[in-house]
Write a protein that binds this ligand. Structure first.
Ligand code: ATP
Ligand code: FE2
Length: 330
């Protein structure tokens, strides 16, 4: 049997996955850089990745029950992301590629978040990609994944994390804010926050300022968390619904770490059932940053002949956008 290795390394998470050539994920291990206080310092994250990489590789092989000589190719996320993190991942991928004499596949992380949706049955969806750094409404049209709408300032996850950090909750803040929102006792009185959507684009910076001011004035953190979620998720759902109406597509796919949020999932499900649109959401290990999705798209690319044997031609592309990538593997 043939196997492919996936490596994720664009930001806080280093991940390694082993897949067979049918796209079955046999292992998908990860280690995320976290802090109790403060945010991510890219050079510190790089050190974290360098430290955990060899052990994660070993764990991924062990969990899949294979030896490294069974690997046929290595897919790694070379774009987009934090340069120090991408460089560390690339160094690891290249040294393995040399050692095992197998080719590399350069995978765009954002496109991988999209393509993993096909593993849960989506065929031609509008995608709501809601992660830390990214917030986009994407759909496939004429050879590329087109961005129909996006955030004009912060990514939704970074927005939540920034507020959580300000409130002293540590990183990542998304799950903590979700928990506080669930504990809110005033769910019938929403704190007014400026709902900001233009066409299919959204903006969060005004709400960030409002939230910080309200917190400083002593507003309850649970009430703020609840209102924050209700307002910003409503913006995302509205943008996604508009894209469904515009494109005429009949599927919605969620992706990115913020899509783990059960309230966002619930709001999306309601919108889909009202519109008669199919709802898809991969399981949590495939929603957050992970190497399984990198291997999954890497395999499609490999089968289509998109790989590189000359390591000098392999580099990182920290700023590559979703719609820069020509989708030639479909
Ligand atoms: P990308 O590079 O694709 O932008 P990323 O590096 O931000 O991804 P992801 O793992 O996709 O990483 O997403 C991480 C984000 O998801 C963090 O901002 C985190 O707070 C958020 N998140 C995780 N769980 C939840 C949740 N339950 N509710 C809200 N946000 C969440
Ligand atoms: Fe991501």
């Amino acid at each position: 049997m043939k196997y492919i290795l996936g490596i994720e390394t664009t930001a806080h998470t280093f991940g390694v996955a082993v897949l067979d050539f049918g796209g079955n994920i046999f292992s998908n291990v990860r280690d995320m850089y976290t802090t109790e206080k403060g945010g991510m310092i890219p050079m510190e994250v790089r050190k974290h990745h360098a430290k955990v990489a060899p052990k994660l590789f070993e764990d991924a092989l062990k969990e899949a029950g294979i030896l490294e000589d069974k690997l046929e190719a290595i897919a790694f996320s070379n774009a987009p992301g934090l340069a120090p993190c991408l460089l560390e991942g690339m160094a690891f991928a290249k040294s393995l590629s040399e050692k095992l004499n197998i080719p590399l596949i350069k995978v765009n992380h954002c496109v991988a978040h999209l393509e993993i949706g096909t593993s849960v049955g989506a065929t031609d969806p509008v995608m709501l990609y809601a992660s830390g750094a990214n917030t986009q409404i994407i759909a496939y049209e004429a050879g590329k994944y087109r961005v129909f709408g996006e955030t004009l300032d912060l990514g939704v996850g970074n927005f939540i994390d920034t507020f959580a950090r300000y409130a002293g909750l540590g990183f990542p803040g998304g799950p903590k804010i979700q928990k506080l929102a669930e504990e809110c006792k005033n769910k019938d009185s929403l704190i007014p926050l400026s709902y900001s959507i233009k066409g299919m684009d959204v903006s969060f910076s005004g709400i960030q300022t409002q939230l910080k001011n309200l917190l400083d004035k002593g507003e309850d953190i649970k009430d703020l968390s609840y209102s924050l979620q209700e307002v910003i998720f409503a913006m995302l759902v509205e943008a996604a619904e508009r894209a469904l109406a515009h494109t005429g597509k009949k599927e919605l796919l969620l992706g990115g770490g913020v899509a783990c949020n059960s309230r966002l999932q619930e709001m999306c499900k309601i919108m889909c059932s009202e519109r008669g649109v199919k709802y898809f959401c991969p399981p949590r290990p495939l929603l957050v940053d992970n190497a399984g999705m990198i291997g999954y798209l890497g395999l499609k690319m490999y089968k289509a002949g998109i790989f590189e044997k000359d390591l000098l031609k392999v580099d990182i592309a920290p700023r590559e956008r979703t719609d820069d990538v020509s989708v030639t593997w479909k």
